[in-house]
Write a protein that binds this ligand. Structure first.
Ligand code: ADP
Length: 455
């Protein structure tokens, strides 16, 4: 059976995430529809309640009028108009079959309207009060219309033109079956109310979605990091193997020569071969120490072994080492005062690795004829060491990121091995000593790395 790879896990997680986000979106949509339906029902209730209140108000007013000047509406009766028996045909109003009270309201309205007709502005102020008491603070419109054709007869605001996309309309409330009239309440843009009613749901859904997204992002980053780490580890091992091969090859060649009969009696050649062997071992040792240093740095376990260091001696040793193991034509010039010692307090091994890195880079990123100028001078802030070369140089755009981990500028144009951590290592070590490192460079002309270390 094939193992589940990180790619599979990413796909599964992505599908799950999409599913979670989709179901959240559906839940929100469903809840929105429920809230909307609730608001429609509420607008029906508000309209009915307002109509009843208005009816009661007009009934009281008509009773007062009747008492003052009895109106018999040509019915030759002393009874109030609505007490006159009139036959209303509700046979085709199936919607009122079980709503006797609703029928009664319609009949009452027809009768009362003969004395005091329904005033849409009075309805408006009643509805405003009811909406406020229910916490529905939104614009609204009241329409008086023909329910069959939907043709509007009157509206509470004659200047209002419906341009809003989101409206909640109550169902038609029939108020007059003889003249075919109904009322409708329309809530205009009740977004605020819907959002308010959905706030808990929206908030929890949003939080859940954000948590899912962040968790997925973290998982994705972790997998990407893991992938990068594996690739980096493989590259690291092959580069280290390559880096170690060079001094080992030199060492084995020198030892072979030393044991060869031709060199047995040639003391000067033997001394040279011995010195080259010692340099090769020092380089091996230095590379191994750098690997250990990098590992410690990654783990945050790197500590400084502080002792007085003579920088001139340290750089002279490096100069000899690089010249004796050279694969290119190398010239290293030192421009410091011969009779002056430059002493600082630092970790000799780590600082030696740093300067070795700078010299190694100067050689790696140069053509075959390499000229390196190393200078030391005293500054107000400490001791300044400069390593200048005549190499490929670094484009200006890359200078601000050159000390960042994994930054490589010439990876495409040279066959030089590397993983872009050397300069970052230099910067970290120098800063651990309380110093700074900066670079000046011009493509095609060369680079200068300037390290300032406190005394
Ligand atoms: P590596 O050499 O392993 O790639 P470094 O961190 O030492 O990593 O260097 C990062 C990049 O900076 C190199 O890949 C190279 O492109 C550029 N660089 C460093 N030193 C020099 C130099 N002296 N001249 C030109 N380019 C350099």
């Amino acid at each position: 059976m094939k193992l589940i790879t990180p790619i599979h896990i990413t796909y599964i997680a992505a599908i799950c995430l999409l599913f979670i986000l989709g179901s959240q979106a559906y839940l929100v949509y469903d809840y929105f529809q429920t809230t909307r339906a609730g608001l429609i029902r509420e607008s029906d209730t508000v309209l009915e309640e307002a109509f009843k209140k208005d009816l009661a108000l007009r009934y009281t007013q008509s009773s007062i009028l009747d008492k003052k000047t009895p109106i018999n509406l040509n019915l030759k009766s002393t009874k109030p108009a609505f007490e006159k028996r009139t036959k209303y045909d509700f046979s085709n109003r199936k919607d009122y079959k079980n709503n006797i009270l609703g029928l009664l309201d319609i009949v009452m309205n027809i009768q009362i309207s003969k004395t005091i007709p329904l005033d849409i502005h009075q309805m408006d102020s009643i509805i405003s009060g009811i909406l406020k008491s229910r916490g529905i603070n939104t614009n609204y419109m009241i329409y008086m219309l023909h329910p069959k054709s939907g043709k509007i007869i009157l509206k509470s605001d004659i200047n209002y033109k419906s341009t809003s996309l989101f409206q909640i309309s109550s169902k038609y409330l029939t108020i007059d079956i003889i003249n075919d009239k109904a009322l409708q309440l329309v809530l205009v843009n009740p977004f605020g109310i819907v959002i308010k009613r959905m706030s808990f749901m929206l908030l929890s859904s949003l939080i859940l979605s954000i948590i899912c997204l962040l968790a997925f992002r973290a998982l994705y980053d972790m997998l990407a990091r893991q992938k990068k780490l594996v690739a980096f580890k493989n590259e690291f091992l092959s580069t280290i193997a390559h880096e170690l091969k060079r001094p080992v090859a030199s060492l084995s060649f020198n030892l072979d020569c030393l044991s060869a009969p031709a060199f047995i009696n040639n003391q000067s050649k033997r001394d040279m071969l011995l010195s080259k062997s010692i340099n090769a071992t020092t380089e091996l040792n230095s590379t191994i120490n750098m690997i250990v240093g990098l590992a410690k740095l990654e783990e945050g376990l790197l500590t400084l072994d502080l002792k007085p260091i003579n920088l001139k001696e340290l750089l002279d040793e490096l100069k000899i080492r690089f010249i004796s193991n050279a694969v290119k034509q190398i010239e290293i010039e030192t421009t410091y005062q011969a009779d002056k010692d430059f002493i600082i307090t630092g970790d000799a091994q780590l600082l030696s690795q740093c300067f070795a890195n700078l010299i190694d880079n100067a050689i790696k990123y140069s053509d075959n004829e390499v000229l390196i100028i190393i200078s030391i001078c005293e500054e107000a802030g400490g001791i300044k060491v400069s390593v200048k070369d005549n190499g490929l140089g670094i484009p200006e755009a890359k200078l601000p990121v050159i000390f960042d981990k994994y930054t490589r500028v010439h990876a495409d144009i040279t066959k030089v091995n590397g993983f872009g951590i050397g300069l970052n290592y230099v910067k970290t070590i120098v800063e651990k000593h309380g110093g700074t490192v900066e670079v000046k460079s011009e493509p095609g002309k060369g680079s200068e790395f300037i390290v300032l270390l406190p005394k």
